[in-house]
Design a protein around this ligand. Structure first.
Ligand SMILES: NS(=O)(=O)N=C1NCCCN1
Ligand SMILES: [Zn+2]
Length: 267
């Protein structure tokens, strides 16, 4: 069965608004981060963004048909401060990438793309009773965006995720992911970031996300990124040629910032 939406010419981002009208909204993500438009804000400096993730909070990795997703137990996780007025809990994390290393991130910086972008997805558990409810609210979700650039060495923490990809090559497959993950290694050393109000970058593109995009990238090796690209967007039962259905890219190009405010914390 063909996907309702995806990243091919037939079902990619330019077609999403036909079935998902929110995708045509004025508060969409990602955006190009025009650094000349960013305004500094002392309130962001006064309340430093802070996170806490137990190393054992991951429990499953899934091939969604759009990429890999690691599901987490959020109870003992916390994201607060910075642009957030409440404490948010980690729901899942996933990644976006491109067919070549000169594309792949969803947000861009002064028109520059990175090779990939990691998203840590949190929900406002202080105000709402579930992720699903939060995803229908303007302050319901908080997503941390981490740019990924090609480095010579493998990223050891990412390798724990990458080692499981061969078990979930086809859409719908999942595997236990009870690895011990040092989230500190999946986040940049610098806490400098840009923040703005946006949306989910995948359908239904709800305008429910407070975005925090870190300025400093982390690194991933070429080999590791190739493993991401080996994922398939179709199920094992879909009779296709071996090279068909590979998820070589799964990023949405930037949408207009419009009259939204883009704030920054740190140079
Ligand atoms: N790329 S994104 O904005 O995080 N999109 C998401 N869609 C489904 C729920 C979680 N996140
Ligand atoms: Zn994402």
């Amino acid at each position: 069965m063909s996907l309702d939406w995806g990243y091919t010419d037939d079902n990619g981002p330019s077609t999403w608004a036909e079935k998902y009208p929110l995708a045509a909204g004025a508060r969409q993500s990602p955006v190009d981060i025009d650094t000349s438009k960013a305004t500094s804000d002392n309130s962001l400096v006064d309340r430093e963004i802070d996170w806490s993730y137990p190393s054992n909070c991951s429990y499953r990795i899934v091939n969604t048909g759009y990429g890999w997703r690691v599901d987490t137990y959020g109870d003992d996780t916390a994201l607060s401060g910075g642009p957030l007025s409440e404490v948010y809990k980690l729901e899942q994390f996933h990644c976006h990438w491109g067919a070549t290393n000169d594309e792949g991130s969803e947000h861009t910086v002064d028109g520059k793309s990175y090779a990939a972008e990691l998203h840590l997805v949190h929900w406002n558990s202080e105000k709402y009773s579930s992720f699903k409810e939060a995803a229908s609210q303007p302050d319901g979700l908080a997503v941390l965006g981490v740019f990924m650039e090609i480095g010579n060495a493998d990223n050891a923490e990412l390798e724990k995720i990458i080692s499981l990809i061969p078990k979930i090559i086809h859409k719908g497959q999942d595997s236990q992911a009870s690895f011990d993950l040092d989230f500190g290694s999946l986040l940049p050393e610098s806490k400098h970031y840009w923040t703005y109000l946006g949306s989910l970058t995948t359908p239904p593109c709800n305008e429910c996300v407070i975005w925090t995009v870190f300025k400093e990238p982390i690194t991933i090796s070429e080999r590791q990124l190739e493993v991401f690209r080996s994922l398939k967007s179709v199920g094992e039962e879909d009779a296709i040629e071996p090279e068909e259905g590979k998820l070589v890219k799964n990023y949405r190009p930037p949408l207009p910032l419009g009259n939204r405010v883009l704030r920054e914390c740190g140079p």
